[in-house]
Design a protein around this ligand. Structure first.
Ligand code: NAD
Ligand code: WQD
Length: 361
């Protein structure tokens, strides 16, 4: 029996694939590569020394998703596939609702058809909105996403609650990630944003490697220790480990439950810059800018529910998060881009791998 990993070629998905393979799971990846590169999957195989099937399929394509379930014995699904850029979701909301919400509905329809009722879903702390909640944030906090991306996550959570209400055999974990950063310790896989990074850590890393001139710090007049925004940064490998714990939990209990995956510690933007400089010995020039609209002053998790019910606890501190980010960035200054270029040339080993990526039948 296999675990289907949608969005498995992406940032968090690829790290979770490594963790799953290392734990002995059989996995099948489904990804349309809209925001990723199949080189990430080649490196997952390289890191783990294990093979797995990967399908280049869009979740909206029900016929091909159905074929994946026909061709394989799938036991549970970890569902990462989705679009995630907040700004883009404001300018193109329909694309976000269609991809994220309709994609999830299609997936669940096919799961239902094949009697696969165990699902781990990538939700986000963004469902809590930017203000009005007590800090640290528990799972009982008021839900109030402030942008279309966040609302897709909230809607999907509601849909999954209804799916469970209609059929109590479903077992669903809603994992609300805080701010995932870092990379696998080998430096072979990591976050590869396309274009200008939206998020703090990839931006800092690109400044340090010389791809960008300076960091813009969005706001220094927040009611925080140094005036800059505070967030809960979590190592992507700790996050990946959280998925394994959730997967184990949904094997033994039915229901639908939400879990915060964060460390419970908040760091300001300037503290992150300092931590990165200290851990990597690189300078990160920055300048102060206006606040970014929609940003919260402070957001960090109360992760005690995940600790109690999943037995999950993050183990990597901020120094490790920075060191691992830097190892990835330094060794891959253009992310997987070089490989994208190589892919275009004929008869490269990478192209050979691209042929391994299964196309829909
Ligand atoms: P990512 O973009 O690196 O990975 C998402 C993957 O899904 C990509 O490989 C993309 O090609 C694939 N995909 C998107 N739409 C698809 C579709 N219709 N069919 C098939 N594949 C599709 O993003 P990530 O950072 O790894 O995030 C994974 C999940 O976690 C997303 O659902 C995201 O919303 C959620 N999340 C991310 C963060 C974060 O800060 N990175 C925080 C909270 C939640
Ligand atoms: C962190 C802090 C910024 C960039 C976002 C999404 C959220 C979730 C995680 C998916 C804030 C500041 C940032 C920069 C800066 N994703 N900053 N200069 O906003 O907490 O969350 O990613 O679910 O939905 O909204 O993360 O990394 O963008 O920002 O000063 O160039 O860094 O203002 O205080 P955020 P972030």
């Amino acid at each position: 029996m296999a675990i289907l990993v949608t969005g498995g070629a992406g940032y968090i998905g690829s790290h979770t694939c490594v963790e799953l393979l290392n734990e002995g799971y059989e996995i099948i990846v489904l990804d349309n590569l809209s925001n990723s590169n199949d080189e990430a999957l080649r490196r997952v195989k390289e890191i783990t020394g294990k093979q797995f099937k990967a399908y280049n399929i869009d979740l909206l394509d029900k016929e091909h998703v159905t074929n994946v379930f026909k061709e394989n014995k799938i036991d549970s699904v970890i569902h990462f596939a989705g679009l995630k850029a907040v700004g883009e979701s404001v300018s193109d909301p329909l694309r976000y609702y269609k991809n994220n919400v309709t994609g999830t509905i299609t997936l669940c329809e096919v799961m239902q058809q094949f009697e696969v009722k165990k699902l781990v879903f990538s939700s986000s702390a963004t469902v809590y909105g930017a203000s009005g909640n007590n800090i640290p944030i528990t799972e009982e906090a008021r839900i109030g996403a402030t942008n279309p991306y966040g609302r897709t996550k909230h809607m999907i959570e509601e849909i999954l609650q209804d799916v469970y209400r209609s059929d109590n055999e479903w077992s669903i974990a809603l994992l609300r990630y805080f701010n995932p950063i870092g990379a696998h310790k080998t430096g072979r896989i990591g976050e590869d944003p396309s274009g200008i990074p939206n998020n703090l850590m990839p931006y800092i890393a690109q400044v340090a490697v010389g791809k960008r001139q300076e960091l813009q710090v969005f706001g220094n007049d927040y009611p925080t220790r140094d005036g800059t925004g505070v967030r809960d940064y979590i190592h992507v490998d700790d996050l990946a480990a959280g998925h394994i714990k959730a997967l184990k939990k949904i094997q033994i209990t039915n229901g639908v439950d939400a879990f915060n995956l964060g460390t419970g510690k908040g760091y300001s933007v300037l503290e992150m810059v300092n931590a990165f400089e200290r851990a990597t010995n690189q300078k990160v020039p920055y300048r102060m800018e206006e606040r970014r609209p929609g940003d919260a002053a402070i957001c960090y998790a109360n992760p005690s529910k995940a600790r109690k019910l999943l037995g999950w606890q993050p183990t990597r501190d901020i120094d490790v998060m920075c060191e691992d980010t830097w190892r990835w960035q330094y060794n891959n200054p253009n992310g997987y881009e070089i490989v994208k270029e190589t892919n275009k040339a004929s008869k490269s080993p990478v192209q050979q791998h691209a042929a391994d990526f299964l196309m829909p039948k």
